[in-house]
Design a protein around this ligand. Structure first.
Ligand SMILES: [Zn+2]
Length: 219
């Protein structure tokens, strides 16, 4: 994957909007909450497999001795900001400014880059960074930490995977567009811009939109 280090905010000539995704749309939110079961279950399976690999020869006696519900709250307090931090670090590494925030009414944290335009592959890297990064981190912790810590690290990876459904959904949409599209993140969603979609003067522009627009996902 080649990632260009050009931070830009203005659309190149000829680029126009081809898709607007609002992740906080009520219908989509319900759908995403149901779909979150898929990465959640997949991560439970993967963590169970990894547990078998990582726990070989580990001392099983070291339980943390805290109630499970307290552990879950603690995990969420750690996992949620770390998830956003990984989006933010990736945005920074690509050379763009980061803004962290919280939408208290919807109970979500976010990391975004105001007005920035990302190439498709950059956007994919930003979207996938927490899913891949947090999973990798949990796997490393499980290799070296005690039984109790490892257990909670695996729970953290599972909760993070479920929470990454919005990111994974974005990836599924964005990956179907060519690498030359530009994407603007809007914290609660994103817009995709493609060459040939602006101006719409003449039939040439119209036909290139046809080439860019993928078939809509089947419900
Ligand atoms: Zn995310």
């Amino acid at each position: 994957m080649t990632l260009k280090r050009t931070s830009q905010t203005e659309l190149p000539p000829g680029y126009g909007e081809v898709k607007h995704v609002l992740l906080t749309d009520q219908k989509l939110l319900i759908r995403l909450n149901i779909l979150a079961v898929i990465p959640l279950l997949a991560m439970i399976v993967w963590m169970a497999i990894w547990w078998g690999i990582a726990s070989r020869g580990r001392d099983t006696g070291s339980d943390l001795g805290i109630p499970w519900w307290l552990a879950v709250i603690a995990i969420l307090i750690i996992v949620l900001p770390m998830h956003e931090l990984m989006h933010g670090i990736t945005i920074k590494l690509l050379g763009y400014p980061v803004r962290y925030g919280a939408n208290l009414s919807k109970g979500v944290l976010f990391a975004t880059s105001d007005n920035s335009l990302f190439w498709r592959n950059q956007y994919l890297a930003i979207a996938l960074a927490p899913f891949v990064g947090m999973t990798a981190l949990a796997m490393i912790i499980m290799l070296f930490a005690s039984h109790g810590i490892s257990y909670y690290a695996s729970i953290g990876a599972v909760l993070n995977a479920g929470g990454a459904i919005g990111d994974l959904w974005s990836v599924v949409i964005v990956i179907r567009y060519p690498a030359q599209v530009l994407i603007r993140d809007e914290a609660e969603g994103f817009r995709i811009y493609a060459a040939g979609a602006a101006g719409s003067t003449g039939s040439a522009a119209g036909s290139s939109i046809q080439n860019i627009e993928p078939t809509p996902p089947s419900p």
